[in-house]
Structure formats: structure tokens, C-alpha cells
Design a protein around this ligand. Structure first.
Ligand code: HEM
Length: 384
């Protein structure tokens, strides 16, 4: 797993707004090529980067690439059709050995069953998706095991949901062996969970391949960074400040944070002390995270008790009331580079949902491996 070869796609994703289910407006965030300046772009003769861009909602025959597939990635379909190499809605249709099998629907049904038993799968997967996509692209590299793997890097230590992905992979393998990538399984599950948790629905494009490389060189934004530093970090991945705000707000409207990430905001004399935190919240959090302790306790990132586990825009209201948890979250409502977006989306839930869906589509297309790049892992935690 030490191969330095990691081709990235430099193609332009489709307009996300065309894939959002019933958006209330015609939002179309600025999309630029998704290649990351921090990711090496070598190619090898056996694994050349595709030049085909991820295609829009449904491909026309002219933009369905027909690049040959290597024997190892050929689906066990009797007629061996050429595998399309762009991201597109319905990518897996016709690729399974049994005709008329809809493997994406099978995975989605399993997600629905498991979510009905454990609603915390939504925050687990949404965070996993972000952490995977921001490091070498959405290639499931976060799932790879190994002593110095991405999974074991500091920022990923509390990422959850690996067994859930393994379960979904088993379901996919049973119905359609060696065809569905682990990267797509993360994407399919995340998209479905957002909807199940009360968030927007959108048409998901599939066709991602799994990466071959995993290293501990994980550069994710820090919860203690300034807004300017975070804007720079998201800018490196071609997300503008508004898109950054949407992603963080959508991510942190659900799920939890451990004390270590916000404890210093509570106590006078500590490095991050925040005198402007809502006083009721400070009192409550002092109980959860007593000064001087290294408690493993946690609190909800969205402090609206009615919607801490629900996808909505109430997290933004909480920020406006000084009830943010992470230092970076609270800073978003106080910094002039992002405060107007906080206000705007706090006031308009429908717009927030539509724009979040658009930016999720963009996130899920970040530096994806396509066509002959990467592989379809047999087991998500190991390269083949
Ligand atoms: C500046 C950017 C970001 C920073 C610094 C950040 C940091 C954090 C931290 C420190 C936690 C608490 C982890 C723990 O205590 O275990 C957290 C949780 C979470 N983050 Fe972020 N995050 C950022 C952006 C995002 C984005 C863009 C998403 C998704 C779109 C996201 C989704 C989540 C979710 C869902 C959780 C809750 C996880 C759970 O309950 O298991 N975050 N984040």
C-alpha cells in the first residue's frame, strides 16, 4: 500500500442543481475542475487517467465512453459490456450478472433497514464521506486497514461506520459480485441517510472506483482554525466560502463532538475562552466537560434539543444565538466572510436544503477515480 501512484480526475462535474430533487431556486454553485493542488497527479501506462468528464444526469450515447476495461475490472456479465467510465446516475444498470437486478436499490433498501435501528448512521456516514473526499478524493481510501493508513490518522480516529459499509458491501457482492465500488457504497449510503434524516433528496451519480493508496498524511481543517484558514483549506478543494458554510452547517446539524474539541471555550484563562457563548449553554457544558478533566463525554453539535439528530438548518440559528459548539462553528457566524450566509440560510430552510444538496453532489464528485483508474475492491478494507 505504499504505491505513490494516485491518478486524479481533473474533469468538471455536472451542474449539481440539475440533480437536486425539486430545488426551490436555480442555484448553481461555481464549479471548477476538482483536481486538488495537494494531490499528486501521476499516471501509469496501465492506469491512465480518463479524459471523460463525469456526465450529467443521464448520459446520451455520445458521452458514454467505451474505453476498454482491464480483465481484473471486467464485470462477470455474460456479454461483458464495456464499463462506462464517467460518473452518472444509474451507472450500475445492466452491469450485474443477473439481468434486471438493481443493486443500487438493494443497497438503498439495506440502508433504510439499518437506519430504522440506528439513526446515528447518518452523522457517521456524512462525516466519513467528508473525510474520505477531502483526502485524495472520494475513493474509499479511508476504509483501508493498515498500521499507517488514513484510517489511523489523528483526525479520523473518531470516524465511525466501517462495519455498516462492510454490511452494505456484502449485500452488494451477494447480488452483483465484483461490480460495485466501496467509494460508491459510501456515496449511496450517505445520500440516502441524508434524506432519511430529514434532509434533501437528490439524484446520485455513481461510477467511482476505489483507490489503491492510503497514508497518514491527512490534511483536514482543524476545529481550532480561523475562518480565513478554513476558507483556504476548502478553497484548495475548489469550494468557495458559501459552499464551505453549507457543508459545515449540513454536517454539523447532526452528530456529536467530544469535550476535547470545545472544552477550552468554557473556562476563563484557557486559550480559547469565549466570553460571548450563551451563558446557559456554558453552564450546561461545564457539567458535561468539567474543567481540568480529560473526559470522553460529548454533546450535540446542534444544540436545538428538538433537532440535534435531525437534518435541518436549526444549527445556524444556534450559531446566531451564541450556541455553537466547535470553535470554528461559532466563528462562522461572527466572521464577516461567512456571517451573511449564516443569516441567510438560517432564515430560509428550503433554500438551505436545496443548496446543501447541490454542494453535496459537488463534494461526492471530488477527485473521483473513474474508468480504468483504481479498482473495485472485493473487501472494502483491503486493496485486491
Ligand atoms: C472546518 C471544517 C470541519 C471541521 C474542523 C470539523 C470538525 C469536526 C469535529 C472536531 C467533530 C467532532 C468529532 C468527535 O468529537 O468525535 C466533527 C463532527 C462531525 N462532523 Fe465535522 N468538521 C468540519 C466539516 C465537516 C463537514 C464538511 C461535514 C460533512 C459534510 C462534517 C460532518 C460532521 C459530522 C456529521 C459530525 C458528527 C459525527 C458523529 O456524530 O459521529 N464536518 N467535525
Amino acid at each position: 500500500m505504499s504505491s505513490p501512484s494516485f491518478p486524479t480526475d481533473s474533469s468538471t462535474p455536472p451542474s449539481p442543481s440539475s440533480l437536486v430533487e425539486s430545488p426551490p431556486d436555480s442555484f448553481s454553485p461555481s464549479i471548477s475542475p476538482s483536481s486538488s493542488p495537494t494531490t499528486p497527479v501521476p499516471s501509469t501506462p496501465s492506469n491512465p487517467p480518463t479524459t471523460s468528464p463525469p456526465s450529467p444526469v443521464v448520459d446520451s450515447p455520445t458521452n458514454t465512453p467505451t474505453s476498454p476495461v482491464s480483465p481484473s475490472s471486467t464485470p462477470p456479465n455474460s456479454s461483458n459490456p464495456p464499463r462506462p467510465s464517467g460518473l452518472r446516475v444509474g451507472f450500475y444498470q445492466g452491469l450485474c450478472p443477473t439481468p434486471n437486478v438493481d443493486v443500487e436499490a438493494t443497497i438503498t433498501t439495506k440502508v433504510q433497514q439499518l437506519f430504522s435501528k440506528d439513526a446515528t448512521l447518518l452523522p457517521a456516514l456524512l462525516r466519513m464521506q467528508f473525510h474520505d473526499c477531502f483526502v485524495h478524493g472520494c475513493d474509499a481510501s479511508i476504509l483501508l486497514d493498515g498500521p499507517s493508513s488514513e484510517k489511523t490518522a489523528g483526525p479520523n480516529l473518531s470516524v465511525r461506520g466501517y462495519e455498516f459499509i462492510d454490511t452494505l458491501k456484502s449485500v452488494a457482492e451477494e447480488e452483483c459480485p465484483d461490480v460495485v465500488s466501496c467509494a460508491d457504497i459510501i456515496a449511496i449510503a450517505t445520500k440516502e441517510l441524508i434524506k432519511l434524516g430529514g434532509g434533501p433528496g437528490y439524484s446520485l451519480q455513481t461510477g467511482r472506483k476505489d483507490g489503491l493508496v492510503s497514508t497518514q498524511d491527512v490534511k483536514l481543517p482543524s476545529p481550532f482554525a480561523t475562518v480565513t484558514e478554513s476558507i483556504l483549506a476548502f478553497g484548495e478543494k475548489n469550494f468557495n466560502p458559501e459552499e464551505m458554510l453549507l457543508l459545515i452547517a449540513g454536517g454539523h446539524t447532526i452528530g456529536k463532538s467530544h469535550c476535547s474539541f470545545f472544552q477550552d471555550r468554557l473556562y476563563e484563562g484557557t486559550s480559547q475562552f469565549d466570553p460571548n457563548m450563551d451563558s446557559n449553554l456554558r453552564e450546561q457544558l461545564s457539567g458535561t466537560c468539567p474543567q481540568g478533566t480529560n473526559s470522553d463525554n460529548f454533546t450535540f453539535l446542534d444544540q436545538n434539543p428538538l433537532s440535534s439528530s435531525k437534518f435541518d438548518n436549526s444549527f445556524l440559528d444556534q450559531l446566531l444565538n451564541g450556541r455553537g459548539i466547535l470553535p470554528i462553528d461559532q466563528a462562522l457566524s461572527r466572521d464577516s466572510q461567512t456571517s451573511s450566509f449564516v443569516l441567510q440560510y438560517a432564515q430560509n430552510p428550503a433554500l438551505f436544503n436545496a443548496k446543501f444538496a447541490s454542494v453535496m453532489i459537488k463534494l461526492q464528485a471530488l477527485d473521483v477515480l473513474l474508468g480504468d483508474q483504481g479498482q473495485i475492491r472485493k473487501v472494502c478494507s483491503k486493496v485486491n
